[in-house]
Design a binder for this molecule. Structure first.
Ligand code: PGA
Length: 247
């Protein structure tokens, strides 16, 4: 797999106007001859409005994703967005199990598993985030925690294309990324666990996320089994994001 994915997780940032001008500039300046795929995950509102403008559909090298989805198909779930609603937008991907959702909204592996099943049913590629806390890392539990998250979140799912993002919780938004050694070791462990769960190598990509920036991206790219990055803070300014991709 030689394609590198750069996935921008904008979280709760950017109005529609800001999103649109960012994307226009990105389209103008992105080198589409590179074998990269850039995925923008804006707010649900921007996703929907971008779709209605239609212009972005054919932009080579750029795709879109949602940051979350309900674990229910439809019904009385005030404020939630269903997978069918995502199908009305440009969403090719959807992030699930981000540590902010696990921690702040108490999302469980069981709910994440339901979300992944719905996304697969509706042909949207899940980006499953896994990662250990600082305490778990200090206790040398990182590998077992991630292996358990994978087994639970991917229960009864097989033979489908998906993306695993290794995002150590202690590295997210802290400016302190994992080292290449950490990432290589974890990627090998993720690959092993995925194979054990029945996924063949061609069915999944492994990304790293957690304080990826212009300074460290080039080095992090040399980690074992890495197919790209999930980028938060460093994806918010278009010039810096373009520079990060270029490196
Ligand atoms: P960060 O966020 O790049 O700002 O650390 C990554 C993420 O939360 O996905």
């Amino acid at each position: 797999m030689n394609k590198i994915l750069y996935i921008a997780n904008w979280k709760m940032n950017k109005s529609f106007n800001d999103s649109e001008s960012f994307i226009n500039k990105l389209i103008l300046n992105l080198d589409t001859t590179d074998n990269n795929e850039v995925v923008i995950c804006p707010s649900f509102i921007s996703l929907a409005k971008l779709d209605s403008t239609n212009r972005f559909k054919e932009s080579a090298g750029i795709s879109f994703g949602a940051q979350n989805v309900s674990d229910q198909k439809h019904g009385a779930f005030t404020g939630d967005i269903s997978v069918e609603m995502l199908k009305d937008t440009l969403s090719k991907y959807c992030i699930v199990g981000h540590s902010e959702r696990r921690l702040l909204y108490r999302e469980s592996d069981r709910q994440i598993n339901k979300k992944i099943k719905l996304l697969i049913e509706f042909d949207i590629i899940p980006i499953l985030c896994v990662g250990e806390s600082l305490e778990q890392r200090k206790n040398n539990e990182s590998e077992i925690i991630i292996s358990n998250q994978l087994s639970a979140c991917l229960k009864d799912i097989g033979e489908k294309r998906l993306i695993i993002a290794y995002e150590p919780v202690w590295a997210i938004g802290t400016g302190k990324s994992a080292t290449i050694q950490d990432i290589s070791k974890m990627n090998s462990s993720i690959k092993k666990q995925m194979n054990k769960l029945g996924f063949i190598d061609e069915q999944f990509y492994i990304l790293y996320g957690g304080s990826v920036n212009i300074e460290n991206v080039k080095v992090l790219k040399t980690a074992k089994h890495i197919n790209g990055f999930l980028i938060g803070g460093a994806s918010l300014e278009v010039d810096k994001f373009l520079e990060l991709i270029k490196r």
